[in-house]
Design a protein around this ligand. Structure first.
Ligand code: NAD
Length: 358
């Protein structure tokens, strides 16, 4: 049966980086005889201008039917003044919620050839290869009750950090299974020294570790984990954390690799259908100039092939091609050390050339 891929380019450089991915998709479908059907729709500000909504019903319906959604990026200053309903970013959060994408996987991988782009010293950062598994639909960002009380003295505001057992189990399962496929180490991050919800999180993850004897489980407090990520990032293989702590840790990990234009991500539901997107936004400052680095989007395609489209071998080939691209000295402007860099539209051609000569 054919696998359905929905491509949502969105706004700004989202359009440019998804164009690169469509070129590569076209090539791999022919080269590896893949049975994929591809649909492409407008989302974000682009959809708002055409249809009066950043996330038209047709997009939601198509996304629910898709095995994998490839999402570019949304947003630009001209839409910042709109109501939340109409803002491009609403498309992203609606998709995450409606598709029940509770697991966010963000690899932070450093190509040693690019270690000079990292803010950390080469000897600390060399060989970096971490996967952060962040819970995406629960915790303090969604917990009830929440609110602001402004008719008392003093006024106050509050949020609730809450996780039930099932929510912890399903994210931990993805983290344990990811560790099994990597170096077999999982670090669970929370604040069990001060938060009941974290103590509960730790007890569930510890109990589950009995089902995964091949995975070495450790626990770190969130403040220490943030420090360790900068001091000695290579101690980590897979990190699992709640929505709040995962948000902070994944941004620290992203910064370590030097350019946000290199970082892919996956957001999965319980049946491993998912949405795949680069970690960056729509970059209005470089949009329509053919300057964006599409490797994060191409890496996101590779993650889609691995997790949702059952094409691990092709995913490995794309990862290898990205590595070779860097090793051969090809650069986009964000990672270039001189004026010799490729345009966005030239990157896919080079990747295809490398795949062709495999
Ligand atoms: P951004 O990620 O778009 O850009 C930050 C900086 O990184 C900019 O200087 C940009 O030029 C650079 N950059 C980003 N991606 C790059 C790439 N692939 N190649 C080369 N350079 C790249 O973040 P921002 O400027 O804070 O936000 C811009 C817009 O994007 C806002 O409207 C914001 O709401 C939106 N945004 C969307 C998403 C998303 O769609 N997932 C995520 C973050 C921000």
């Amino acid at each position: 049966m054919s696998k359905k891929i929905l491509v949502l380019p969105g706004d700004g450089i989202g359009q440019e980086v998804t164009a690169s991915v469509l070129q590569i998709l076209d090539f791999i479908i022919k080269k590896f005889s893949l049975n994929f059907s591809i649909d492409k729709l407008d989302v974000g500000g682009t959809a708002y201008e055409k249809f009066g909504s950043p996330i038209p019903e047709t997009v939601l319906t198509a996304a629910k039917k898709a095995d994998a959604v490839l999402f570019g990026a949304v947003g630009a200053p001209q839409w910042d003044g709109l109501s939340w309903e109409d803002r491009p970013e609403n498309a992203l959060l609606t998709l995450r919620k409606e598709l029940n994408l509770f697991a966010n996987l963000r690899p932070a991988f450093l190509f040693n050839e690019l270690s000079n782009a990292s803010p950390l010293k080469e000897k600390i950062i060399e060989g970096l290869d971490i996967l952060i598994v962040r819970e995406l639909t629960g915790g303090i960002y969604f917990g009830e009750p929440r609110g602001v009380v402004d008719d008392q003295s003093p006024n106050y505001a509050f949020n609730t950090m809450i996780y039930n057992e099932d929510e912890i189990r399903r994210i931990a399962k993805i983290a344990f299974e990811s560790a099994q496929k990597r170096k077999g180490r999982l670090c669970s991050v929370e604040k069990a020294n001060v938060l009941e919800v974290s103590k509960f999180w730790r007890s569930i993850v510890t109990e589950m570790s009995e089902e995964y004897p091949d995975v070495e489980l450790s626990h770190q407090l969130a403040d220490n984990a943030a420090m360790q990520l900068v001091l000695n990032p290579n101690q980590f293989d897979v990190i699992v954390a709640s929505n709040l702590f995962g948000d902070i840790l994944s941004d620290i990990a992203a910064t370590l690799t030097g350019s946000i234009g290199m970082l892919p991500s996956a957001s999965l539901d319980s049946s491993f259908k998912g949405m795949y997107e680069p970690c960056h936004g729509s970059a209005p400052d470089i949009a329509n100039q053919d300057l964006a680095n599409p490797l994060a989007m191409i890496g996101s395609l590779s993650m889609a092939l691995r997790y949702s489209l059952e094409e691990e071998t092709v995913a490995n080939k794309i990862d290898k091609a990205i590595k070779k691209f860097i090793q051969k000295g090809f650069r986009t402007k964000d990672i270039a050390t001189d004026v010799n860099y490729l345009k966005t539209s030239e990157v896919a051609e080079k990747i295809i050339e490398i795949l062709e000569n495999e």
